[in-house]
Ligand binder design. Structure first.
Ligand code: AMP
Ligand code: GLY
Length: 421
């Protein structure tokens, strides 16, 4: 079959790499892709936010399945346009993608479904919001309601910080995403991520992970899209996974179906594992995480295509995952200055000699090939990934590979996985 993946990150490179291991894949195109996807598949330069352009491209290239990687095309309704044409699509409708694009929507669904999450209230003006915060006390969590590229959340330790965050959001720092603000109870515990496929009715878990959001060692520095991740997450035990599926995920899927907006795709649940051993939902994303996808693909390999296809064809109930007893860990190499300003167009050397097999993979994110050389074009540039029977083995493989890469303008964290190791 002919498959089109939308996106250009390490997530999409890892999806492409895993899918190519499945003999069902005849032709694979990644749009717009990066240097890494260009080496193993075809890249195509199309505007992935334009549903009609993607649909026309899919028709011209007799595409059988479209996999949507990032959140922006989901929120733009690209999955709706493609489904309306009768194409098999992996990724939720714009209505179902509100589980990521609107915090109020998610909270309303959780309340209707009885899914445990932080207590919350929504505000349309700064004065009422500040009065509420003063009454509740700190710590307290302030969130821009809409999509803010993972940046619209402030965990305020003091009332002054909370008031400043409210002023910031209503002042337009996050654009339209801050037109309304959600204020939440602050939860405490260990954070972990859980990834679950759904075809609108059935659910199938495809792995757990933990990431490192801060830029520098010791979980310090500014928040980023993620500087590394590992899978599985030891704190998400079998018992807690079952509680999450029974109390949070299946009720959410049922509620979405009941409303006539079934969720079809991958649900990424950000969870807080509280000291009581119970998990509550922090938030949903409606796509794979980046770099969490890289460690999940390393563990799942070619079977991901069968699972995605079953999801798109609404027969997920027939499927199971073949788990190996393995661990994976990925280290992100980013351009110095990221997540702030950074230099573009710098040369990366030492990639050619790296092993690329079931235990070692260097996934590309912000890269391009220019005159035969790999050039860094983005903030997060490579996700150097290892797999092994233990997390320590996966860690050793990933860090060994980073040492053979020469890129003076890049940096990485040296402590990915510290919590689990
Ligand atoms: P989000 O964008 O909703 O994932 O929030 C970003 C981060 O803020 C999360 O990964 C948590 O570390 C933190 N966070 C969000 N909501 C809460 C909450 N209600 N209680 C404690 N921490 C939170
Ligand atoms: N790594 C976090 C995310 O993809 O949202």
């Amino acid at each position: 079959m002919n498959i089109l993946i939308l996106g250009s990150g390490g997530r999409e490179h890892s999806l492409a790499w895993a899918i190519l291991q499945n003999p069902k894949c005849d032709r694979l195109i990644v749009a717009p892709g990066n240097a890494g996807t260009g080496q193993i598949a075809e890249n195509a330069d199309i505007d992935i936010l334009d549903g009609d352009a993607v649909a026309a491209f899919a028709q011209d290239n007799t595409i059988d399945l479209v996999i949507i990687g990032p959140e922006a095309p989901l929120a733009a309704g690209v999955a709706d346009t493609l489904r309306a044409m009768g194409l098999a699509v992996f990724g939720p409708s714009a209505a179902a993608a509100q589980l990521e694009s609107s915090k109020t929507f998610t909270k309303t669904i959780c309340d209707a479904a009885g899914a445990p999450t932080a207590d919350w209230k929504r505000f349309e003006d700064a004065t009422t919001a500040k009065d509420y915060v003063t009454q509740q006390g700190a710590p307290i969590v302030i969130k821009a309601d809409g999509l803010a590229a993972g940046k619209g959340v402030v965990v305020a330790e003091t009332l002054a910080e909370a008031h400043a965050a409210i002023d910031d959001m209503f002042g337009g720092t996050y654009g339209a995403a801050g037109a309304s603000v959600v204020i939440e109870e602050c939860m405490f515990g260990q954070e972990a991520s859980f990834f679950i496929l759904s075809d609108g009715t059935s659910i199938l878990p495809v792995g757990t992970a933990q990431d490192h959001k801060r830029a520098y060692d010791g979980d310090t520095g500014p928040n980023t899209g993620g500087m590394g991740a590992y899978s599985p997450a030891p704190c998400l035990t079998e018992t807690i996974q079952k509680q999450v599926l029974d109390d949070i995920i299946q009720p959410t899927i049922n509620e979405m179906a009941k409303r006539g907006t079934p969720f079809e795709g991958v649900l990424y649940a950000g969870l807080m594992i509280e000291d009581t051993g119970r998990a509550r939902l922090i938030e949903y994303n409606t796509r794979f995480g980046d770099p969490e996808c890289q460690v999940l693909m390393m563990r799942l390999g070619g079977q991901i295509l069968d699972l995605i296809l079953a999801c798109a064809q609404r027969r997920l109930g027939e499927m199971t995952v073949n788990w190996a007893n393995d661990h994976a860990l990925t280290v992100v190499m980013a351009a110095k200055g990221y997540p702030g300003d950074y230099e573009k167009g710098t040369k990366i050397k030492g990639l050619d000699g790296l092993p690329q097999d079931s235990q070692n993979m260097t996934f590309h994110a912000g890269t391009e090939t220019k005159d035969g050389t790999t050039i860094a074009t983005g903030g997060r540039v490579l996700a150097v990934t290892g797999r092994g029977e233990t997390l320590a083995e996966a860690h050793q493989r990933a860090y060994a590979a980073t040492k053979t890469i020469t890129w003076p303008q890049g940096f990485l964290r040296t402590d990915i996985g510290w919590r689990a190791l």
